[in-house]
Design a protein around this ligand. Structure first.
Ligand code: GAL
Length: 815
């Protein structure tokens, strides 16, 4: 007994000792998060684990750490984890615990935004559609059924991470948790029930005893001890609702999401840096990039109906995990200088001087240490500002940082990081034939049209979400009617979307793709006797945002279906409708059925809706990310070796036409600035095939379900790699250039020292350039993975420029 007692004592001593070494205490005051008794600056970035693969996670986290982040943030995706009530999925890219352990392994902190409502351009905002099975269910309000389900899932997650010792006080990486998400933005219409709900959510979160602070973003009335935080392109002017809450920026949007009907949005690196610098200038202490890596909406996870499969977000790491340069590097440089000033920023006395014309000079003073910011908010006028006897040139819409209040170390508009221009390279395996060989089979529509086995019947046109519960994108509406004689009618269908196919007497007579509510009319010929009308309504992801968003109907939803010829109208809305949920291919899992004898290899049909295509290929050699070009295809879903790449829809062009044009980083960024590219082009043409989906040295299978009709003839694989790299540096600085992933510089396309103008891809020499620069650069860089050149006449030779324009060195090279 004595031995048992002393063993127990030893264990307790060991546990508490290990805690002294490893356990992290997280609290806060009104200035900052306090970690183990010290106020800290937190620089975090969002990486959503299901939007990449477990094999990609370590590299993404490593690149985030190299980029100067100390924390990784993610939502938790409820409908991915609980696809059916009390049936859970924590496998593969939903292995939340593995993801958090990867973060821990890299030595970073983690912020877990459980929600469990996420928004995030994710299907139904992350809330499972099966919740709609319960009569009276209302999402995100004082509704007992919803609160019970939300509580069940939230507790499950907190218990799960606690069991794995992943909370900071247990020695784990999780320093903050979130309940709900931006409820304050949409709570008005919920009235008192919304207010009650938020109070309940706060109380419930606290009751979970996780021992780390909880946040509620965009929640001006967040009850204590919840910290309300800010989301947006800028949060410098934000003030939390309690003097004991630090200024936390949970979502600094590094770009914006892509939509099927819009060109590709980009947020300039200078502007992201400006927003971050302003935040720290104005006493912000914790900030998170949304997104640091956006990734891919695999499977059927896109929020609907606008969001594309790519969730690239123009983030510092691109969809495939490559560094997006110069954004990644420019922010890395900024993080380094902010971290250097950490003590002054979190403990220093803060004073601010308004110099007029948008100029603000800020000083943080801690004992003898000082750190300064000079910001110029003017959107067009550059300024020269006097500080401590020095003169500083501060371009319009920029912030200069002087960690000792004397030396300019960083300016948000002066990018020193290199630019990487990525290319999609044809990169075939050696014995890969030049053209892909396709086989095909049809979706068994005829069988479904003729089969009398229905899911159910109704005398109404039913709303789609509460009919399919999102188990499939597809819902069949089928009816029949009699006609005394053959006649032409206008068939009018009012649908809430998103895509509709019309079959009359087993023939496809119409298809409509639309993301907005539309009434569609078309001429049809109705035959004498019995006519069969069958409609397939397809959803493209469910809505993810807004008050009562879950009630936004999908499908035909009670709207009339009519045949019209002047006064002769046949209203079919309340006839007997037979319903079938899903397509045969889904139930039979065609995407896994490579061996079926139904695959044919002759007479490949083109532009035929509801056709399956299959081909085999070898994995492109190397480790560069692989993409597939879907040009020529219509709309559907693609799989590689049974893994879904997501919905593809290259037939959808940017109908909004931009705006594309000259992108000026100066002035407030909105997603509608003309900083878009790809106007008038397919919204998404390239789809990511993560390397872990591929088998190297073996045959791989690509399968396409071409729903709308297209041609697979132009489909091909490419690898994404750095093509051109560029950098510029001013006299007195050092220019560094490097090729990523073990590559080396093969060629110098351009090198000039003097009054060089233009930008990467279009540099122009000045008239007074040094004659030696090209040779010096070639010698120093060719064949090297990385090279550094100090920008001076000693290294680059004399130029004949007069000195009115600051000299610089510009290099463009190939990897
Ligand atoms: C926020 C939301 C995020 C994401 C973002 C836009 O309002 O919290 O989840 O949807 O907007 O990308």
């Amino acid at each position: 007994m004595k031995a048992i007692k002393s063993n127990l004592l030893l264990l307790l001593v060991l546990i508490s000792l290990s805690c002294i070494v490893q356990c992290t205490d997280v609290s806060h005051d009104g200035r900052a998060l306090i970690i183990n008794g010290e106020r800290r600056i937190i620089i975090s970035g969002s990486i959503h684990y299901p939007r990449s693969t477990p094999e990609m996670w370590p590299d993404l986290i490593k690149k985030a750490k190299e980029g100067g982040l100390d924390t990784i943030e993610t939502y938790v995706f409820w409908n991915g984890h609980e696809p059916r009530r009390r049936e859970y999925n924590f496998e593969g890219n939903y292995d939340l615990i593995r993801f958090i352990k990867e973060i821990q392994y890299a030595g970073l902190n983690s912020i877990l935004r459980i929600g469990p409502y996420a928004c995030a351009e994710w299907n139904y905002g992350g809330i499972p559609a099966w919740l709609r099975k319960y009569p009276g269910m209302q999402f995100r309000t004082n509704n007992q059924q919803f609160k019970d389900e939300m509580a069940n899932f939230t507790k499950l997650i907190v218990d799960m991470v606690a069991k794995e010792n992943l909370l900071a006080p247990q020695g784990g990486p999780i320093i903050l948790l979130q309940i709900e998400n931006e409820y304050g933005n949409i709570m008005g219409p919920y009235g008192d029930a919304g207010k009650e709900y938020i109070k309940w959510a706060a109380k419930f979160a606290v009751s979970l005893n996780a021992s780390v602070p909880w946040i509620m973003c965009q929640q001006g009335d967040a009850p204590q001890p919840m910290i309300n935080t800010c989301n947006g392109f800028y949060c410098d002017d934000f003030t939390p609702n309690n003097p004991n809450s630090p200024k936390i920026w949970t979502e600094n949007w590094t770009g914006w999401f892509k939509a099927w009907d819009k060109a590709d949005p980009h947020r300039p690196a200078e502007d992201v840096a400006y927003a971050v610098a302003r935040f720290f200038q104005r006493k912000g202490t914790t900030q998170n990039y949304y997104m640091y890596h956006g990734g891919t909406n695999f499977g059927r996870t896109t929020g609907g109906p606008y969001i594309t499969t790519s969730y690239d977000y123009d983030a510092p790491l691109d969809e495939y995990g490559n560094l997006r340069q110069p954004k990644w590097g420019h922010l890395k440089d900024l993080h380094a200088v902010i971290k250097e000033m950490e003590k002054a920023l979190v403990y220093g006395n803060h004073s601010n001087e308004d110099h007029g014309n948008g100029i603000e000079v800020t000083k943080y003073k801690l004992n003898t240490t000082t750190a300064c910011f000079i910001s110029n908010k003017d959107t067009t006028k550059d300024a020269t500002v006097d500080l401590n006897g020095g003169k500083y040139f501060v371009p319009a819409w920029s912030v200069t940082i002087l960690p000792d209040c004397k030396t300019e170390v960083y300016n948000t508009a002066k990018i020193k990081a290199q630019t990487n221009v990525m290319v999609k390279k044809a990169n075939k395996a050696e014995d890969e034939p030049s053209a892909l060989q396709w086989s095909w089979r049809l979706e068994p529509l005829k069988k479904q049209l003729e089969d009398k086995k229905f899911s159910f019947q109704s005398n109404q046109l039913l709303e789609q979400i509460t009919t399919t519960f999102d188990e499939s994108d597809y819902l069949w509406y089928m009816t029949s009617f009699h006609q005394p004689h053959k006649k032409q009618y206008k068939l009018s269908i009012n649908t809430t979307g998103h895509v509709l196919y019309v079959f009359l007497n087993n023939k496809l007579v119409g298809k409509h793709e639309h993301l907005h509510l539309l009434s569609k009319e078309r001429n049809v010929t109705v035959r004498h006797g019995k006519n069969n009308l069958a409609l397939i309504s397809a959803t493209v992801g469910l809505k993810n945002y807004g008050s009562f968003y879950e009630k936004m109907p999908a499908g035909i939803a009670g709207k009339p279906v009519k045949l019209i010829d002047g006064n002769d109208t046949i209203d079919l809305s309340n006839t007997t409708w037979n319903y079938k949920v899903g397509l045969v291919s889904e139930k039979k899992k065609f995407h896994l059925d490579e061996k079926s004898s139904k695959w044919k290899s002759v007479m490949l049909p083109i532009n035929r809706p509801f056709t399956w295509y299959k081909t085999t290929f070898e994995a492109p050699p190397g480790t560069d990310p692989v993409v597939i070009d879907t040009f020529g295809l219509g709309k559907g879903e693609a799989w590689v070796n049974g893994n879904s790449l997501g919905r593809y829809w290259p037939a959808y062009n940017d109908t909004a036409q931009g705006p594309c044009g000259h992108c000026d980083y100066r002035g407030k960024f909105t997603e509608n600035k003309p900083c878009r590219t790809g106007c008038g082009e397919p919204a998404q043409r390239w789809y990511h095939i993560p390397r872990s989906f591929l088998k190297s040295g073996e045959t791989n299978t690509l399968m396409l379900f071409e729903e709308a009709g297209g041609s697979p003839g132009l489909v091909e694989f490419r690898t994404v790699t750095v093509g051109t790299i560029c950098a510029t540096a001013d006299k007195g600085q050092t220019l560094t250039l490097s090729c990523p992933s073990g590559g080396s510089i093969s060629k110098i396309d351009f090198a000039s020292y003097g009054e060089v103008k233009g930008k990467c891809g279009a540099f122009e020499k000045g008239t007074c350039e040094s004659q030696d620069a090209f040779d010096v650069v070639s010698k120093a860089c060719i064949g090297q993975g990385s090279c550094s050149i100090s920008v001076s006449k000693e290294t680059l030779g004399e130029n004949n420029c007069g000195g009115s324009v600051p000299f610089k060195l510009a290099i463009q090279a190939a990897c």
